[in-house]
Design a binder for this molecule. Structure first.
Ligand code: BGC
Length: 366
């Protein structure tokens, strides 16, 4: 066990807060994996691991003050490495979501990525950021206990150009936010689109499905896709479709009207109304049974709503079985396949520029 250093700023809110590091076993290659347990002054607990930079457990209170773990995850490094890991809690990169045919160009140079979801590249490739053991540094920041994860991705890794330095910081604030800050720099023009792939069930991971959760997304439009889930290039209103969550609506209310690739469910990129890169509210989720309420805010222009359509009896933490629609993901991001659509906000990162993103998941009760 090892303890974080104090940066001296956060004493007041830090009285009951803590950070503790411990071993989370080893990868199949024998690399040690660490887990950091962050506790804020209100007793919210987040456990994050160096493998995939994954949020592994997240305990928040219900309306009676009872804590439950609201994210899906695994009990061992071997399961995180295995083929059945659907990116539980992980950081996704270098490019979250899909790139058509795994092909793109920057400044006239053509690049080819792994087609790990034929015919496309999904979530970075075969060995993506979820498979990496990141370097961790824990500290008490002025906002709460924090861990920064670093990774140096080399030029040509999974086909992407440029040496990319990535830093992801998780902070558990005194306001019950899990704050995720991303930073990346490159030494060659490249593309970057990072996200976190947490699967939330506000009744508690493994307790059932999320169809009774009520969702609001501040998005009047979405990006329609072809049958391989690549955007057609259009930006289409959600109004009068089952995708409209501009007013808080039960997730299950219209899910059976969706006709996308089976198993059908929500797997759509919402174009947020806030497009100026400033930190703004994006979505909220309310679970009437527990009273838990989660507010998502981000600097990103889009959010992927994914309702765990492919969860098929996945064996998770504590012997729990995760079923289809057993959780939802709200992945803040740039639009899928942006490098191949000049009308989408750019995902190009150049030497001297900084990729920056902030997303928070804030917990309260009603
Ligand atoms: C994608 C889904 C995919 C899931 C798990 C989501 O971000 O939108 O299409 O099945 O991740 O990989």
């Amino acid at each position: 066990m090892f303890l974080a250093k104090e940066d001296g700023e956060g004493h007041g809110i830090m009285e009951k807060a803590s950070i503790r590091g411990s071993s989370f076993g080893r990868t199949s290659e024998g690399i040690p994996v660490e887990e950091y347990t962050l506790v804020n002054c209100n007793g919210v607990v987040a456990k994050v691991i160096t493998l995939g930079c994954a949020i592994r457990e997240l305990y928040t209170s219900d309306r009676d003050g009872i804590l439950a773990d609201v994210v899906l995850g695994f009990d061992s490094a071997a399961q995180y490495e295995g083929p059945d890991n659907p990116y539980f809690g992980s950081i996704v990169g270098r490019y979250a979501n899909r790139i058509a045919q795994g092909k793109f160009s920057v400044d006239g140079e053509n690049y080819t990525l792994a087609r790990n979801e034929p015919p496309n590249c999904l979530h970075g490739g075969f060995r993506s950021f979820k498979d990496i053991v990141w370097k961790a540094t824990a500290r008490y920041s002025s906002q709460g206990p924090a861990v920064t994860f670093n990774y140096e991705s080399h030029d040509g890794e999974e086909g992407y150009p440029g040496n990319l330095s990535v830093a992801v910081t998780y902070t558990l604030t005194a306001n019950n936010e899990l704050k995720i800050q991303y930073l990346a720099t490159t030494d060659k023009p490249t593309i970057v689109n990072l996200t976190n792939h947490s699967y939330f069930n506000l009744s508690g991971a493994g307790t059932g499905n999320i169809l009774d959760h009520e969702l609001m997304i501040l998005a009047d439009n979405y990006t329609p896709v072809d049958d391989t889930l690549i955007p057609t290039g259009g930006i289409t209103p959600v109004k009068d479709t089952p995708l409209d969550f501009t007013a808080s609506t039960r997730i299950g209310a219209r899910i059976d009207r969706l006709t996308n690739t089976p198993p059908a469910g929500y797997d759509h990129n919402y174009v947020l109304n806030s497009q100026d890169g400033l930190f703004a509210s994006a979505a909220s989720v309310y679970d009437p049974s527990s009273g838990r309420f989660m507010q998502v805010s981000t600097t990103e222009p889009a959010i992927q709503l994914y309702t765990g359509n492919h969860l098929n009896r996945v064996k998770g933490k504590g012997g729990m079985t995760y079923l289809r629609n057993g959780a939802l993901c709200l992945e803040s991001q740039h639009y899928p396949d942006s490098p191949n659509h000049s009308n989408f906000p750019s995902t190009v990162l150049r030497p001297g520029d900084r990729y920056k993103q902030t997303t928070t998941y804030k917990f309260s009760t009603k």
